[in-house]
Design a protein around this ligand. Structure first.
Ligand SMILES: Cc1ncc(C[n+]2csc(CCOP(=O)(O)OP(=O)(O)O)c2C)c(N)n1
Ligand SMILES: [Mg+2]
Length: 368
């Protein structure tokens, strides 16, 4: 990878457990996970551009290796509190692509009855508690879950995903303090998608050199991981899960990646200029939707170099773990899954629930 990609692991103090030999089964499982999130998010970008997905949809393109690597280290006793880009988190937990797509389309047979949209996704059947539109809100909730898991005498682990800007919320520090103090079985995963040429770089909003440093001050085992290397993410998550189950307390994994589906700094500046011309926020959104819908985002070469899918493919082929043909078949299989998820969502009925329905616990059975 290019010189600038040193950002991916810059400042890594504690090396993650390195997975040196990879079995074909593991590599292909992870690859399937990456391909599914990628194809699904490409489809959501198209649907968003067509106005089929309403409200806000924050895509996880480019950061697929983080949820896929982390969730592969979990099992059914574990719980996940997704971040604001939660689609990858849901899919990596084995969520049903049809139900998920129908949810994003706001349909009655969607995962949450069409009421959650992208920002409040939950799937109790997969141990995924609600996503929260309020940045960092999932962290103290994950702390509460971890306390509940311990009180119940279970050995489950709780994972929460946050973005790089979440560590500047006060509640992040209150939560990390509580996690460390009570040695809670929690793994906080920081998705750092803020290299220098991103619309907002880490240094613009955070004085510390890394997210991991901010967790480390609370006495939490913290690592910086190349979040474009799904095998490295999986290795670090597996070690953190082991620590949590053994009663050794919380971990913080800062996974660095590139926001491939997001505008670069240069594009954002162009859009901002367009917004000034049209005079109000709607102008920016309209331009952005059109651009994303036409897939005209042109990420800096550096970001594409850190494409998790290309990286894993290279490793699979280089280590002789699968052939070109097998990879092509896998891709075709995943593409077909996503195609049928879109068809399902298009055909699904509109919700008929009353506005006040599905709010209280007594209604929940009807919704899910
Ligand atoms: C408490 C709060 N403040 C502001 C927002 C608006 N908001 C939505 S996403 C976002 C930025 C998130 O950045 P980051 O944590 O890096 O996540 P990324 O978008 O890069 O995944 C902000 C400020 C919010 N959702 N919640
Ligand atoms: Mg970010």
């Amino acid at each position: 990878m290019g010189a600038g990609s040193r950002w991916l692991t810059a400042g890594a103090a504690i090396p993650a457990d390195e997975v040196t030999t990879v079995e074909a089964d593991l590599a292909l499982d992870l690859h399937r996970g990456l391909l599914l999130v990628r194809a699904f998010e490409q489809a959501t970008a198209v649907a968003y551009g067509r106005g089929q997905i309403h409200g806000t949809h924050r895509s996880s393109l480019g950061q697929e290796a983080v949820p896929v690597g982390v969730c592969h280290a979990l099992d059914e006793r574990d719980l996940v509190a997704p971040g604001l880009r939660g689609v990858g988190d849901l899919l990596a937990r084995g969520g049903d692509p049809e139900l998920l797509m129908a949810e994003l389309f706001g349909k009655a047979t969607g995962l949450c009855g069409g009421r959650a949209g992208a920002l409040h996704l939950s799937d109790p059947s997969r141990g995924v508690i609600g996503g929260f539109a309020v940045m960092t809100a999932n962290v103290p909730i994950a702390i509460g879950l971890a306390l509940a898991v311990r009180a119940a005498g279970d050995d489950g682990v709780v994972v929460c995903f946050i973005g790089d800007r979440a560590t500047n919320q006060g509640v992040f520090h209150e939560s990390m303090n509580a996690a460390a103090l009570h040695r809670l079985p929690i793994i906080c995963v920081g998705v750092n998608n803020a290299p220098d040429d991103a619309a907002t770089s880490l240094g613009e909003h955070t004085a510390a050199a890394s997210m991991a440093a901010l967790a480390a001050v609370h006495g939490i085992a913290s690592e910086i991981i190349d979040g474009t290397d799904v095998i490295a993410v999986y290795g670090a998550a597996a070690a953190a899960v082991r620590r949590a189950r053994d009663g050794e307390g919380p971990s913080f994994l800062e996974c660095r990646c590139f926001p491939i589906g997001e505008p670069s700094r240069a594009q954002t500046e162009a859009w901002t200029a367009a917004m000034r011309r049209t005079g109000h926020f709607e102008g920016l959104l309209a331009v952005k939707k059109r651009e994303i819908g036409r897939s005209e985002l042109t990420p800096p070469p550096e970001w594409l170099d850190g494409d998790p899918i290309t990286r894993l493919e290279r490793r699979i082929l280089g280590d002789g773990l699968a052939s070109d043909v097998q990879l092509r078949d896998l891709r075709a299989h995943v593409d077909a899954l996503v195609e049928s998820a879109v068809a399902y969502a298009v055909d699904a009925p509109e919700p008929t629930l009353p506005v006040g329905g599905g709010v209280f616990a007594s209604d929940v059975e009807e919704v899910w």
